[in-house]
Design a protein around this ligand. Structure first.
Ligand code: G3P
Ligand code: MG
Length: 369
């Protein structure tokens, strides 16, 4: 058995734990990374605890687990893995925010409803109810379905308490328009504006802020952080109407433009009431550690002779997986199957750089023995 290699008669035997990022480590878009199968199989067969910690979302935790294991063709072999999504911590806010606007894949409002939020709407719900609200949307509106399931949208007094971003919008145009509307409204009341000095937006929760992620395409793709940059730019322009109404001033004076840009960026940060979660934020690692400890407890129920040893974060994004895990005090394994490659300007030193997840597991396990 694997754990015999850790045995010591004086102290408890330390069992390492693994936390796996998903995109770029286990899968690339719809494609499995083949070495991931060997890595998970080895850990599973040797009673070494592991969990998934991903910045993706827009679905329930158990659905994500099933999705990944299905892509790997391992659903029968490993029926369950504890998974922490970037928006898993949102559950704690279900009492605080009653009416919420959800951003992510079409239908993602159901995730927040499952978390216990009372009133949840998404772009598709509003598009059917408010003609012209998002004129270039690509969404087949869900209003009819929504009305039959949940009753009428309160047309004249729909007031949001928070925007909760679960994942990348699937229709940037519709979500960009509606979220900008909500943030610049009078205290979340749809269809209103607020130009009061020192006004603040209602809270917007970002499940993560990765700028890039890795699919099966050769180059990294925009992630949610790219949408956040664009949204804030648009909001800053809405909040500084002078900049769009005085084009000559913009083009004739570079100094003024620079000045205006700086003051805009300053004010948008003060104006937007944002909460950011996901890796590299500490909260993501705290949630993952809790799940890893629960997994460890399931595997070593008697508990007496064993304890959780070093934790290895296996990730492909230095600016998210690796920096966050390093700050949290875990060992870090950077793989080359995702965002990071040999040309990447690495600004953080991982514990190890490896070709793929299988090598990360082999090296991690050997280091711990
Ligand atoms: O949007 C980026 C997200 O999909 C990354 O997921 O698994 O690499 O944290 P992951
Ligand atoms: Mg990744």
């Amino acid at each position: 058995m694997f754990q015999n290699r850790f045995f010591s008669s004086l102290t408890k035997t330390k069992i390492p734990g693994f936390v796996f990022d998903i995109d770029g480590v286990l899968v690339q878009g719809s494609k499995a990374i083949p070495e991931a199968r060997n890595a998970l199989r080895f850990l599973n067969n040797n009673k070494i605890p592991f969990v998934f910690l991903t910045n993706s979302g827009g679905l329930l935790e158990r659905e994500k687990t099933a999705q990944v294991l299905t892509k790997l063709g391992m659903l029968d072999e490993i029926p369950n893995v504890r998974t922490v999504l970037s928006h898993t911590p949102y559950k704690a806010y279900k009492e605080q925010y009653k009416t919420v606007f959800a951003v992510g894949p079409i239908g993602c409002s159901r995730v927040l409803k499952q978390y216990g939020f009372k009133n949840v709407y998404e772009a598709g719900d509003l598009i059917g109810e408010y003609p012209g609200i998002a004129p270039f949307n690509m969404i087949t509106h869900r209003a009819e379905k929504y009305l039959s399931q949940n009753g009428r949208i309160p047309k004249d007094k729909l007031q949001f308490d928070a925007v909760m971003v679960l994942s990348d919008p699937r229709d940037w145009s519709a979500d960009l328009q509606i979220v900008a509307d909500i943030l610049t409204s009078d205290n979340g009341k749809l269809g209103t504006t607020n130009y009061t000095k020192n006004a603040k937006s209602i809270p917007i929760f970002w499940s993560q802020r990765d700028f890039q992620w890795k699919t099966e395409y050769s180059l990294p793709r925009f992630a949610l952080g790219a949408f956040r940059e664009i949204l804030y730019k648009v909001v800053s322009i809405i909040k500084s109407p002078k900049l769009v109404t005085l084009p000559n001033e913009m083009t004739n004076s570079n100094t003024k433009l620079v000045h205006d840009k700086a003051s805009q960026e300053y004010s948008v940060k003060k104006f937007i009431n944002e909460r950011v979660m996901g890796k590299p934020e500490r909260i993501a690692y705290e949630f993952a550690e809790k799940e890893l400890r629960a997994e460890f407890k399931d595997l070593y129920a008697s508990g007496e002779e064993f304890e959780l040893g070093d934790v290895y974060m296996v990730g492909d994004n230095p600016l998210s997986d690796i920096i966050g895990a390093k700050n949290y005090g875990w060992k870090t394994c950077l793989v080359k199957t995702g965002v990071y490659n040999d040309e990447y300007d690495l600004q953080v030193e991982p514990s190890m750089i490896v070709e793929n997840v299988e090598e990360a597991v082999n090296k991690g396990v050997n280091q711990s023995s």
